[in-house]
Every structure is written in C-alpha cells, then in structure tokens.
Design a protein around this ligand. Structure first.
Ligand code: HGY
Ligand code: MN
Ligand code: MN
Length: 419
C-alpha cells in the first residue's frame, strides 16, 4: 500500500449528514422491511431486492458499474475489472428485530464517500460491496455472504441450508430470485484487485457514548462460535410423574444456560456467551418437556477463550444429560476466528481523524462483521460511530448522522492517503 502526502479534505459535514439521513430514512420505509415493528429484510425477499435496487440506482447515477455476485452480494465499481480499487461497504440486510442503522449505515456512508470523491473531483478508484445475509436473518448463518466470497463454505452447505421462514434451501431461493448458485465459486472475485477495505458501522455497544467519543477505530474483532444444543428426554405428565422419575430436557437446558454465563464470566477478557433462543417441546404447562433446543453464541477477542468456554460447556452439558438420562446433540453451525485488523490502515484513519479535529478511540469489536472475512485477504480496518445507549438489533437503534458524516470525511482522507 503506497503512502502519499496530501492536504486534508474537509467536507461540508452538515450537508453530508443530511444526505446520509435522507438515505437512512428512505431505507427504513415500508418498501424496505417486512415488519412494521422493526426493520426486517434479508436475502431473496422483495424488500431486500428494493433495497439493493435503491443502491444500484444511486451508484449508477455516480457513473459506477453495478452488479451482483452469483449469490447476490452487491458490488459497485468505478474502475474496470482487473484494475486496483479501494474497497468500502458493509451489509444492508437486517437482523430480524433490526434497526435502521446496523449495516445499512455502512453502505450509505460508502455511497457518501463515493459521492464526495466525485464532488471533489478526486479520481479515486473505488469499489463498494454490500454483503449478502450478514445477519443470517434468512437462513440462520451469520456473515454468509462474506463467507461465500471468502470461499469458506461448501456447495453441500449452500444446497442444504434452509430458510427460517419456509424450510426451502438457500440454493432454491437464490435460483428463484434470478441468481446462479451453481457459480458460487466465482463469488471470490468480489475481493479481486482490492488494495484495501474499510467498513463503517455503529458500535452496537456504549463505550463511545460513555467516553464522549464520536469515532472508534477497530483494531480487532471478536471471534465466535455458534452452536445448537438439543436435549432429548421424555415428555411426561406434570402431575403424576414423581421428580425422581423424570427425564426433563428443560432442566438440563436451563442448567446449561446458567453454566454458559458462569464460564464466560470466569474467562473474562471480553468473553461473552448468550443463549438467545430456548424452545421446549411440547411446551405445555402440564407436560414435562421431552425436548429442549437452545442456541449458543459465544465470543471473545481471544480465540482460546471462546473456544475454551464452548469446549467446557459441551463437556458440562453432556454430563448433565447423562445424569438426567437424556440424549444431547451438540451441533456447531460455524466458528469464525478472532480477527486482527491492519495496523497501518488503522494508523492512517487515526491520522485522518486527528486532522478532522477528533481524537478517535481504539477499540475491539464484540460484534461480528463482514470485515472478518475480508481482512485475511485485504488490508482492512473499521470505523465505529456511537449508537444511543449501545442499543442495536432493536428498532430502538439510533445514531447521529453527524457522526457518520465525520466518519465519511475520515474514510475519504484515509483512502486518499492509501491510494
Ligand atoms: O451478531 C453480530 O455480531 C452481527 O451484528 N450480525
Ligand atoms: Mn452489522
Ligand atoms: Mn447485526
């Protein structure tokens, strides 16, 4: 990556903030979500299609070529394929209980940076990417689009993973939406010829808010393991079955959830564990649960910490299942390693932030991001902006477009210095 000295480009931040908020509000409208209670949009749905088409129209207006990879990841580029460009973007699908900003703000700010470059007459080689299915809201697999681009999937997985809504395969949904899943190996080309990568995202925590910071620079992203645990015992009459005779799947699940909390607390160093879903069958007030399904999300910036918690928890869960005469199926969905970001690019962002008159906070990201799959191939970094009270994965999510405009100025200058 070459360095170049240049004066600092100070943009009209209020004007950029207005443009950014205009896009955010437009993309929060009824055409862009399947739920009125939250922002809900994901791959191969009409609201997702309209969102991609919104960005495609905006980038075409800037004179960019736009296309989608064979599974649906969106790409906009102002240089011919095969020539270098600096990459920026995020994702515009949402959590099933999503807010206006998670992901979408990163793609909107990428559009703003491209718009600013054009307005300033900077002939920057740029490529914007909006990754498919970052949230896993359609098919239950987080970072799916960037995993496919990174080649970290198998065809079998793409043919077998099924949609949460209707149980149809991703492969079928992709074909129906006009994509070409059989060409999934070509998705790796999305990262070809990128000289660097930047993603702006809301922090989804409250460190920036609590420290009065406007800009965070991410140095590392926590790795995680996602797994499904299914305890199988025996459904019995809740009144007639003595306590000592039960094979109660629900109690083993409850014990395991509490053990996950204890193990994460013991591991410390930013290690977290979450049981986000726990379902009991038959789920009736007067029946001992014969089956319990729970999900595990365990993360840490330290690989050995989250992997250790998962390993210890599996051992614990198997012991509890044995003592309660239950079967346990422990199925791992995916493990994504903790990811270090590019120190030189972070320094460049730091320099740009100071020139923009703000002192950035260097941080670790507890949330996962598509950048985790870009970073092993391309020098990558992330810019965080605060979100109110750290609320995210919620319709209450809120962020200040002025912080995003500041982030756009910082990213623009860091890209100029990297090109
Ligand atoms: O859950 C995550 O880390 C991301 O927001 N999908
Ligand atoms: Mn996100
Ligand atoms: Mn998210």
């Amino acid at each position: 990556m070459t360095t170049s000295t240049h004066e600092h480009y100070a943009i009209d931040q209020p004007s950029s903030a207005r443009r950014i908020m205009g896009h955010i509000e437009a993309l929060a409208g009824p055409d862009h979500t399947s739920s009125v209670a939250a922002i809900r949009r994901y791959a191969y749905t009409s609201e997702y299609r309209r969102t991609i088409d919104y960005f495609a129209a905006a980038f075409r207006e800037l004179g960019y070529d736009v296309w989608e990879d064979p599974l649906g990841t969106f790409v906009a580029r102002n240089r011919p394929a095969g020539t270098p460009a600096f990459g920026l973007g995020s994702h515009c699908d949402s959590n099933r209980n999503g807010g206006k900003y998670d992901g979408t703000l990163g793609v909107v700010v990428a559009l703003e940076v491209c718009t600013l470059a054009a307005e300033l007459g900077l002939d920057l080689p740029l490529q914007v990417v909006s990754f498919l299915e970052e949230e896993g809201s359609g098919f239950g697999l987080m970072l799916l689009g960037s995993r496919i681009v990174a080649g970290d999937v198998t065809e079998r997985e793409l043919r077998e993973v099924t949609a949460i809504d209707d149980g149809e395969s991703l492969w079928t949904h992709a074909e129906r939406a006009g994509h070409q899943p059989e060409r999934w190996r070509e998705c790796a080309r999305v990262l070809d010829d990128l000289s660097g990568w930047l993603e702006l995202h809301i922090e989804q925590g409250r460190v920036l808010q609590d420290t009065g910071g406007r800009i965070g620079l991410v140095e590392a992203i926590a790795g995680y393991v996602h797994a499904d645990l299914t305890f199988t015992g025996r459904a019995d009459h809740a009144g007639a079955t003595p306590m000592g005779w039960r094979a109660d799947a629900g109690l083993a699940a409850a014990e395991t959830a509490l053990e996950a909390e204890r193990l994460a607390q013991r591991a410390g160093e930013g290690t977290v564990a979450t049981v986000g879903r726990l379902e009991l069958d038959p789920g009736l007030i007067n029946v001992v649960p014969g089956r319990a399904w729970m999900t595990l999300d365990c993360r840490s910036p330290h690989q050995e910490s989250f992997e250790g918690v998962a390993r210890d928890l599996e051992r614990y869960a198997r012991r509890r299942a044995e003592l309660r005469s239950l079967d346990l199926a422990w199925e791992e969905r995916v493990t994504v390693p903790a990811t270090q970001l590019d120190a030189q690019l972070v320094d460049r962002l730091d320099h740009s932030a100071c020139a923009s008159g703000t002192s950035p906070l260097r941080m670790i990201s507890g949330a996962a991001h598509d950048t985790m799959y870009v970073a092993p191939r391309i020098p990558s970094a992330m810019v965080f902006v605060p979100c109110e009270d750290g609320i995210s994965h919620s319709p209450q999510e809120s962020a200040d477009p002025r912080d995003a405009a500041l982030g756009a100025e910082i990213m623009l200058n860091a890209i100029v210095a990297s090109t």
